[in-house]
Design a protein around this ligand. Structure first.
Ligand code: NM2
Ligand code: OGA
Ligand code: ZN
Ligand code: ZN
Length: 379
């Protein structure tokens, strides 16, 4: 085996089933043979136009290994056995792969954020790309954003969603009217208060963005609340780890039915990713079905649930605002809970319009803008 070092790398070595590369600044990373073979960028392995992988994983021999290894012109050259394929990996690309950025931890917030709300004017965000970008970034980073001065017209809420993505049409329509009606099918369509909740936990997948736009609010009451579910779940994890684990470890079913729909989905109230970070919160007493775990767990689960419910309603975590006509908020519906105080059903009027959308569209828009601004640059 022939190994040639270039100044860009300080060491190239075979270590078990990996090629170990080190750089002069001390960065060292093992690249497993199968990983390297799978990530060959030649025109046989990757489609040159789209950059999508042509190589099928089942075509990679299980005993893939380098028959020959060289470092030349800042490229690692590998002749693979037993498939006889030749690969070339640019040193800069290997180094960037070695230092792949970790996703940013969300910025958690509590009631204290009231003094610095992510608030923008509709006129500014539609006319100034910088302001639009800043507002979208706060939605991605904090899980919510507020706009004022949105035209007080039916359907405008969908146009705001289209500033960064696509409306998610549901059984409630493309946009839905939130006002008090006779014979409501959902408590949202009454004048009752709604505790802090996430929407549509009975849907799979849950819509990841919700927008609510105020068209009229002359009725007294109806103030909105927003709560960072991620902040509350971290407080619960710190104070009552056993409660946190129960809510993360047991599924409950949420359901909704009316004449034209019968929706149901099961999931834990606190959904974790494989690293234990909170991925989503589901909390909606109106649509939660009776939990059905075995009795000893059920009592403990209820204890945790009631504690979590109190924390979500704790003033320490809540931001209160009153939507006036033209105001709109958007929330990451997997993270930020929203609620409203009861309002007077008999005097004045209260009319909101809402719609759902998804956060992948928002992230994509931000990434494309970041591309123009050179955010995806070198290490
Ligand atoms: N509406 C307003 O998720 C929910 O059931 C909350 C949703 C009916 C679309 C209300
Ligand atoms: C909803 C909802 C809040 C409000 O429609 O999902 O939570 O302020 N509405 O009416
Ligand atoms: Zn190849
Ligand atoms: Zn809601």
């Amino acid at each position: 085996m022939n190994q040639t070092l270039t100044p860009a790398l300080s060491d190239v070595a075979i270590d078990g089933h990996a090629i170990s590369l080190a750089w002069p600044d001390g960065l060292r990373r093992e690249f497993p043979f199968a990983w390297l073979r799978d990530n060959c960028a030649c025109a046989l392995c990757r489609h040159p136009g789209s950059g999508q992988r042509l190589l099928e994983p089942c075509a990679i021999p299980l005993d893939i290994h380098p028959a020959e290894l060289r470092f030349e012109h800042d490229c690692l050259l590998v002749a693979w056995a037993p498939d006889g394929h030749a690969s070339s990996y640019a040193g800069g690309w290997l180094r960037r792969s070695a230092r792949a950025a970790k996703p940013e931890a969300p910025r958690l917030w509590d009631a204290g954020i009231a003094g610095e709300l992510p608030l923008a004017s509709h006129a500014d965000v539609v006319s100034d790309p910088q302001q639009l970008r800043r507002w979208r970034e706060s939605v991605a980073g904090l899980g919510f954003g507020i706009l004022s001065g949105v035209p007080v017209e039916s359907g405008e809420v969908a146009r705001v969603a289209e500033l960064f993505g696509h409306v998610r049409v549901t059984n409630y329509g493309r946009v839905f009217d939130v006002r008090s009606v006779v014979e409501p099918t959902n408590l949202a369509y009454t004048a009752l208060g709604l505790g802090a909740h996430t929407d549509n936990p009975y849907r799979d997948p849950v819509p990841s963005l919700q927008l609510l736009h105020c068209l009229s609010s002359s009725a007294s009451g109806g103030e909105s609340t927003l709560v960072d579910g991620f902040c509350v779940t971290e407080a619960l994890r710190a104070d009552d780890p056993a409660d946190f684990a129960l809510l993360a470890g047991q599924c409950v079913t949420f359901a909704y039915r009316d004449d034209g729909a019968e929706l149901s989905a099961s999931a834990p109230l606190i959904e974790l990713d494989p690293h234990g970070a909170v991925r989503a919160v589901r909390f909606n007493a109106r649509s939660m079905q009776s939990p059905s775990m075995p009795a000893p767990e059920l009592a403990a689960w209820y204890d945790a649930y009631l504690r979590f419910a109190r924390l979500l309603e704790d003033a320490r975590f809540q931001v209160g605002l009153r939507l006036e006509p033209g105001d709109l908020f958007i929330v990451d519906n997997r993270r930020v809970l929203h609620g409203r105080a009861p309002y007077a059903a008999t005097a004045g009027e209260r009319h909101l319009q809402g719609c759902y959308a998804d956060i992948d569209g928002l992230r994509s828009t931000l990434a494309v803008l970041g591309r123009d601004a050179g955010d995806d640059g070198d290490d």
